[in-house]
Write a protein that binds this ligand. Structure first.
Ligand SMILES: C[S@@+](CC[C@H](N)C(=O)[O-])C[C@H]1O[C@@H](n2cnc3c(N)ncnc32)[C@H](O)[C@@H]1O
Length: 423
């Protein structure tokens, strides 16, 4: 078991906050995005020219860092909005596209101000007035249809939509506190949260996006929408290095956090569809995902460490009001991750290295040592050189840390049968 040093600090440079000023990495924020610095430090330990995989892409941090460091990158996410964003972030833009984006952005804003087009429908998000003052929704609905009308070029439209996403968050009452999103002080609702008019905000956002877009990565990345428990859209035995931050077992819902963007861009239009997508995601626990979990039963089809059973029993204890539900949540999380590690083997080259940047968690004071459970699963699935290295303290809670769980897919002739590894 690793000794978690008492000197380990909470490091802002090791969190998503570091990314906001770093060009394309700062285009849109996702709270669980990991730090460009952690990824770059991890990747730069290896020689260049590798095929790098991130099976939990999020905003595309690994892919963008990997190509910037001279590797080829493939990144996978189950969420179509995130694969769209990662594609836009890792694309190569010509000078002509950048100039065309600027022209189309100004044209779209002019159409918006003149209300020259039929506005797009306002999203069917529950109590939308809590999110955006009426004047902001009105502006965004006009801008959305103006963006479609102002260009037929897919890359140009992508860049305009990234700027649109930045603006819609600035115009909203959403506040990002701690792990997830809430609303700003209720008193301020009904007024725009900024001194700039929405048009000026959009132009500023477009300028910021264009600056990042002008800084082209040296190579393009492949972005694939797939399930990390399946990975059948990837080529077998293809990857040298995996660097990723998987979902944590902490009930963080990416869909919940991303819903303002996803509603406005039309990825779903009701809460049920949003919950369905969260149920597909590992660790998803929002809306319908929670009611599904309450009737979910363990599959027992994949290998799990014995240590997990005692942890689940402690979480499910009678004294814990929602103990059974949360024990089911944790059990499903590890079943899903076990399936992922199992499938991952099929896409790795011999000698491939892995780095899983992951945090532990607690439920009712019961520690879930995710890093140790990952290490046990990796060993069971035949990985060697499994190491757990603490990286940083996650918050003021003494028990919560982030770790780099690393391993090697061994060289050799072995082949897998059932759960284990046989030579
Ligand atoms: C911690 S976030 C990754 C953040 C990313 N490293 C970044 O910097 O933005 C985990 C990601 O895993 C994705 N995810 C969850 N379940 C998945 C699954 N079954 N297959 C693929 N991706 C999944 C989520 O949509 C989320 O984007």
């Amino acid at each position: 078991m690793p000794q978690v040093g008492s000197s380990l600090r909470q490091r802002a440079d090791y969190t998503h906050k570091f990314n906001l000023k770093t060009g394309r990495h700062g285009w849109l924020r996702l709270t669980p995005a990991y730090s460009v610095k952690v990824v770059t430090e991890t990747i730069s330990r290896y020689e260049t020219g590798l095929k790098v995989l991130d099976p939990f892409c999020g905003t595309g941090t690994t892919a963008l860092c990997a190509v910037a460091e001279g590797h080829r990158a493939t990144t996978v996410d189950i969420n179509p909005f995130l694969t769209w964003l990662a594609s836009a972030k890792t694309s190569i833009y010509s000078k002509r596209s950048l100039a065309e984006t600027e022209r189309a952005g100004v044209a779209a804003l002019d159409l918006t101000h003149r209300e020259a087009l039929e506005p797009a429908p306002v999203p069917n998000i529950h109590r939308i007035e809590r999110w955006w003052p009426e004047s902001a929704s009105h502006f965004l609905a006009h801008l959305k249809s103006a963006i479609v009308a102002s260009t037929t070029d897919a890359q140009v439209r992508d860049l305009l939509r990234v700027a649109f996403c930045r603006t819609l968050i600035k115009l909203s009452n959403a506040a990002f506190n701690h792990q997830s999103m809430s609303f700003k002080n209720d008193d301020s609702q009904g007024q725009l949260q900024t001194d700039l008019g929405p048009g000026a905000l959009f132009l500023n956002d477009l300028r910021f996006v264009l600056q990042g877009a002008a800084d082209n990565p040296p190579g393009a990345a492949a972005v694939v929408q797939d399930d990390a428990r399946d990975l059948s859209r990837l080529t077998a035995a293809d990857f040298d290095l995996v660097v990723t931050s998987p979902p944590y077992a902490n009930r963080m819902s990416y869909i919940r956090e991303l819903r303002p963007y996803m509603y406005w861009l039309g990825y779903f239009d009701n809460a049920r569809a949003a919950g369905e997508l969260d149920w597909q995601a590992i660790g998803g626990t929002w809306g319908i995902a929670t009611s599904r979990l309450s009737v979910w039963t363990r599959q027992h089809g994949c290998w799990l460490p014995d240590q997990l059973e005692g942890i689940l029993a402690d979480i499910a204890a009678d004294a814990n009001a929602n103990g059974s539900l949360l024990a089911a949540y944790v059990a499903k999380y590890f079943e899903d991750m076990s399936q992922h590690f199992d499938r991952l083997r099929t896409v790795l080259k011999r000698g491939a290295r892995l780095h899983y940047i992951v945090g532990n968690s607690t439920f009712y004071g019961v520690l879930v040592p995710t890093e140790q459970l990952y290490a046990a699963m990796l060993r069971e699935y035949g990985f060697v050189g499994v190491t757990v290295r603490p990286i940083r303290k996650r918050n003021s809670n003494k028990a919560l840390f982030e770790f780099d769980v690393s391993a090697v897919w061994p060289e050799g002739q072995g082949h897998r049968y059932g759960h284990g590894w046989q030579r």
